[in-house]
Each structure stands twice: as structure tokens, then as C-alpha cells.
Design a protein around this ligand. Structure first.
Ligand code: URA
Length: 241
């Protein structure tokens, strides 16, 4: 970013360098991980001006990296955070050949597979994950037992998942077998383990979960563990939300 006599908020500068969303940047700042001109700054709302040297975790950053947008088909058995203290594989291991420092947009559980976006565009990541934008996420869940009409109706209306009542969801049973069902569910919130908790609230345990779409962006036939760059249309669609 060329500041040319202007100033920009520190959290925005960090987001535009692709380090983290603005909200996460605020956490980095409050924890004392950010320095301007060699001095740690902990207050939020500080501005960066032309010529300032900004460091995050001891590394100098520049708010001018080329933006990249990647769609990964996350396999089960990878964690979505960038670092794991138990040394488990992370989704970043699957995109290691991308030169920019990208980070996951939102999360998928260790045992969930499917569509995961990664980018270094902190502002876009923030917009996609903010619930006020109501971007539907589509999941396919394999659940134990019969998902009766009455249970599906409760899921559609909203269920209590432990102190939080979910917003209206779209639910359709794709296939009901004798002992299990394949169900498509669309939600726009992203509470921790929300889909699993919603099914468990109506008495159906999830045995496999895959995210198949984020708004209009679809996983399609991308193989597990593989990734592709988003198309120009897909990027524009996300920016228009
Ligand atoms: N809901 C879940 O339960 N798990 C996920 O990974 C995503 C949504």
C-alpha cells in the first residue's frame, strides 16, 4: 500500500499485508505482537503513516502483497489453524507451494472435509466470516437414524445448541436409508461445531460432514487434498457480498 502522506489504521495495514483479518489483527496488537518503528504498540486505533516500519512477531510486513484466493478441498484429519501444539497436519501443509502467506477463512473441524477458502486478503476474509453478511454455507451430513419430518422442521426453524438458538436453516433429506440419512443443510452462522450440534439437538448423530458450498461458490469435483485458485468471477462475487 502506498501511503503517500496518508495514514491508515494499524489493523487495516496488517489485514492488507495478508497477515490476519482486522479482528485478528486487533488481537495481535493487544497481545503486544506488533511493533511500529521498533516499539511495541498495544493500543487499538493507532495509525500507520508513510515511512513507518511495521513488524508482526518480529517480521517486517508490507501492506502490498499480491492477493491470492484459494479453494481447498480439505480432507478429514487436518486442522484449520496455522499452528498446532500437538503437531498435527494443518491445512497450510496442503497449500505449501503458494508463495504468499495465506490463511484459512473461517474453520472446518478436524473431522470435517470439504470447501475451505484461504487467502491473504484480510478484509475479504473478515467480510465473508461476519454473520451480518448472511452467506449461506452448504453441508452434506451423514447422520445416524431417521431424520423425520418433524426433526427436519425443528432444524429449519432453529434449535438450541447450548445457550444459542440457531437461525432458520434450509434442510433437505437427499437419501433416507434404514439406519442412516444423507442430509443437505444450509446455514449462515458459523458457531463452533454448529452442524454437529444441531443434528445432535434433534437426536441424530453426525457420522460424516462435508462442506460443499460457500454462497454460490461450489466445491464441485475438486479432489480431496487438492486446491484451485478462485476464478475472477468468484472473486468478484465474494467482493460484491
Ligand atoms: N459445523 C460443524 O459441526 N463442523 C464444521 O466443521 C463446520 C460446521
Amino acid at each position: 500500500m502506498d501511503l503517500k502522506g496518508k495514514t491508515v489504521r494499524l489493523n487495516k495495514y496488517i489485514a492488507q499485508a495478508g497477515i490476519a483479518s482486522r479482528r485478528k489483527a486487533d488481537d495481535l496488537i493487544s497481545c503486544g505482537n506488533v511493533k511500529i518503528n521498533g516499539i511495541a504498540v498495544k493500543e487499538l486505533g493507532i495509525d500507520v503513516k508513510e515511512g513507518d516500519v511495521v513488524e508482526v512477531n518480529g517480521r517486517r510486513i508490507e501492506a502490498s502483497e499480491k492477493k491470492v484466493y484459494v479453494l481447498l478441498n480439505k480432507p478429514v484429519g487436518y486442522i484449520t489453524t496455522s499452528f498446532d501444539d500437538k503437531n498435527r497436519a494443518t491445512v497450510l501443509d496442503l497449500v505449501a507451494d503458494i508463495p504468499q502467506r495465506i490463511f484459512p477463512v473461517g474453520r472446518l473441524d478436524y473431522n470435517t472435509s470439504g470447501l475451505l477458502l484461504l487467502t491473504n486478503d484480510g478484509d475479504l476474509a473478515y467480510r465473508i466470516t461476519h454473520p451480518k453478511h448472511h452467506i449461506y454455507k452448504t453441508y452434506r451430513a451423514q447422520v445416524q437414524g431417521v431424520l423425520s419430518g418433524e426433526r427436519a422442521a425443528r432444524l429449519r426453524k432453529g434449535v438450541d445448541i447450548g445457550g444459542f438458538v440457531t437461525s432458520p436453516a434450509e434442510v433437505s433429506v437427499i437419501k433416507q436409508g434404514e439406519r442412516s440419512a444423507l442430509v443437505e443443510i444450509k446455514i449462515y452462522e458459523g458457531k463452533n461445531r454448529q452442524v454437529r450440534k444441531m443434528f445432535s439437538a434433534v437426536g441424530n448423530k453426525v457420522t460424516a460432514l462435508e462442506r460443499t458450498a460457500l454462497g454460490e461458490i461450489r466445491l464441485g469435483r475438486l479432489m480431496e487434498g487438492h486446491y484451485r485458485k478462485l476464478t475472477r468471477e468468484e472473486i468478484e462475487y465474494l467482493k460484491s457480498l
